[in-house]
Write a protein that binds this ligand. Structure first.
Ligand SMILES: [Zn+2]
Length: 387
């Protein structure tokens, strides 16, 4: 994708791009971090939880400072109802989250803490993704970025997992199908961790193509192996592309060009949802990938081209992870900037750290281990797709 192609897309805009954001997202309280069992010697000084408010807050502020949010239509989130959440989550889980929320807060499952009143914010997060779907499918906007918090893709039917309370993208996809009559949906998950909850929700479902690119065997354990392909009618509609640590822009974009693009064309979705965690960035503390702003711009441009080709440009981005406070927000802002398009003559956001990373091997060449990972994914997918 060339820069001019992105500009053209921005100029396409009789219909603008939407933004879901709400200051209440910043009040989701994950507390202080002591991740995992570090007894008998916890950290000498507590540090902020990785999923802190400042990540999404800084992304929003960067979008403001660079004039991106000014060119987006604000979409108000709504509160997901029990009925909305029960498309995936269990009644028992909803009751447990409500109890925690009414009390002192706590862990909703496995490493997904929230403070008092957290249920309402988590519902506002899922409802944010739903509101973005509504705006796109009503034709008010051609695409939308739901800059929500807490994230969603790890959340399972009966428990929160990995900072995620409700599975925002699952709830939004089911909402699109139930309320708007959408048939086929693509969920593309480029968060560096595996979207286990999303995979679980659509494991036997051929109406949703779930594609996850993630660091191999990172989190959660045992999820996201290349041979996890779905079951029954859903066989072939779960696509895992585990990539080795150190994969940078070139490896990611090769995976998009060689696997994602042909599969999406064949599936021909009516709506595209992106689980966009920017934690494959080169500075992230919770992963070991080497993606820079240029890589995120390239992935976003490829998804926009596919959306133009398949579904009238309809994309809903739902924010997932991204934990490098100094860098992940830049990646999110660059994704939004690409989606909105540059104004004529405007310079894109300057990458504060990327150029140094881009002089390193992962940005200059596709590693042999990455090449092998792509080949393994292709070999697996040839049972279902022409690739
Ligand atoms: Zn993640």
């Amino acid at each position: 994708m060339t820069e001019s192609r992105v500009n053209d897309h921005g100029a396409f805009g009789a219909r603008p791009v939407g933004l879901v954001f709400d200051d209440r997202y910043l009040t989701h309280n994950t507390g202080l971090a002591l991740i995992g069992d570090r007894q008998p010697h916890p950290f000498a000084e507590p540090v902020a939880h990785p999923s802190s408010p400042e990540l999404v807050g800084r992304a929003k502020h960067l979008m403001d400072l660079h004039g991106i949010s000014d060119r987006m239509v604000r979409i108000a989130p709504r509160l997901a109802t029990d009925d909305d959440l029960l498309v995936y989550h269990t009644p028992d889980y909803l009751a447990r989250v409500a109890d925690l929320s009414a009390g002192a807060g706590g862990d909703t499952g496995e490493g997904a803490p929230m403070g008092p009143g957290g249920d309402r914010i988590a519902r506002l997060s899922a409802g944010g993704a739903m509101a973005a779907v509504d705006a796109v499918l009503a034709g008010d906007v051609r695409a939308a970025y739901a800059l929500v918090r807490p994230p969603g893709h790890h959340a399972m039917a009966d428990r929160g997992v990995g900072f995620c309370v409700y599975n925002n993208v699952v709830v939004a996809a089911r909402h699109a199908q139930r309320t708007h009559g959408v048939g086929k949906i693509l969920i593309l998950d480029w968060d560096v961790h595996h979207g286990n909850g999303t995979q679980d929700a659509f494991w036997r479902d051929s109406s949703v193509l779930f594609i996850s690119l993630h660091q191999d065997d990172l989190f959660p354990a045992s999820w996201g192996a290349v041979d996890q392909v779905g079951a029954d009618a859903g066989r072939g509609c779960t696509v895992n592309i585990p990539l080795p640590g150190g994969t940078g822009n070139r490896g990611y974009l090769a995976a998009f060009d060689r696997i994602v693009t042909p599969l999406v064309r064949q599936f021909a979705p009516e709506l595209i949802l992106i689980s966009a965690g920017q934690d494959a960035n080169v500075m992230d503390p919770l992963a070991r990938m080497a993606v820079t702003l240029a890589g995120y711009r390239g992935m976003m441009a490829r998804m926009m081209a596919l959306a133009d080709e398949c579904c009238g440009g309809r994309i809903v981005i739902s924010q997932e992870g991204g934990y490098a406070a100094a860098y992940a927000p830049y990646c999110s802002a660059a994704v939004a900037e690409t989606l909105v398009g540059l104004e004529s003559g405007a310079a894109p956001i300057d990458d504060p750290y990327g150029p140094r990373a881009e002089s390193l091997p992962p940005s200059r060449a596709i590693g042999l281990d990455c090449e092998q990972a792509i080949e393994r994914a292709l070999a697996t997918q040839r049972a279902f797709w022409a690739v």
